[in-house]
Design a protein around this ligand. Sequence first.
Ligand code: ASP
Length: 410
Amino acid sequence: MEKKKRIALPLQIFIGLALGIVAGLCLMGAPEIAVDYIKPFGTIFLNLIKFIVVPIVFFSIISGVISMKDIRKVGSIGVKTVIFYLCTTAFAIVIGLVLANVFKGVFPELAVSGLEYEAKEAPSIMDTIVAIFPSNIIEPFASATMLQVIVASLFFGFGIILAGEKGEAFGKFMESASEVSMKIMSFIIALSPIGVFALITPVVAENGPMILGSLAMVLLVAYIGYILHAVLVYSSTVKLMGGLSPIKFFQGMLPAMMMAFSSSSSVGALPLNIECSEKLGAKKDIAAFTLPLGATINMDGTAIYQGVCAIFIASCFGISLTLPQQLTIILTATLASIGTAGVPGAGMVMLAMVLQSVGLPVEGIALVAGVDRIFDMGRTTVNITGDAACAIIVSKMEEKKEARRAGRTG
Ligand code: ASP
């Protein structure tokens, strides 16, 4: 039977978004209908995303680690990778905050009286570090504590390598589980037009068209941040540290970037990202480790988004953030972006942590939730581009290290 030609997913999503806005405007007289009958479908969509996050992260990191075969190599590459990821993410959040402060004047103060909140105290740095390490095997999975899941997957990956031949069967099972989880994720991504529709409708119905105008501004600020970061940080690092022309880099990355833009999932774009990075000079085993890790912990676009949204939400509630509060945001957004899984909407869930850290109303997320998908398309594109830049740069460093070693022994 001939396959029917389907509308491309990004277009479907825009149709979902546009229909959701129209439905929201129509339901402005009776927003309870949107809240009671449409919003639950948005919740189902978000629940499905949360459901698949943990298996994706767990299995893909294990697959990356076992493909390196040597723990010391994983360690040396791991350190370089994590340093690159942390530095670029901190830079990203600074760009986000600076831009949002510059444009703060155009963010409106909204009538958000219906949203009540109780500011909670943020956990201390030491508590955050302690919380990275799981104390039992089930809990991190049950509570979807991402950093604990990453730590668990590293241990399992190391265990499989160290067990040698006896670990091979388990390793194969993990690789197969990773493939299966990615397939499940692609079903869920296919539901995003409905998810977007169901999320935007209640927001518009409750807030009216004014929310759309102000959201257009905050979206614009985030996109300026995404582009600035890609141009400034990735161009200069791939040129200086990877010896690659920025134009070649972005050209070579285009397929993966388009995939990221349309799927809003770093993990979804992972296979293409591996392919593009390898073509641009990343080594196979390094890409197999840094890219799945990056798809899980390196989220520069998400960090920009979190900075911009934190300032936007504060403005909507008429709150002005002090400098120490903004410094706290840099720290928590870096941590939050590490804990964000590479699936659609995950960054929005982690925004809660950033808002809480400076006592901002978590309910403010409702203001941006309806258009999260549009933020997400851009931030995911930046996220995966950063992962690829890292894979290429670390490969170059390893290449130089090996050449030096060969020079010494030769
Ligand atoms: N969707 C993003 C990604 O996959 C994560 C996020 O929601 O910020 O990279």
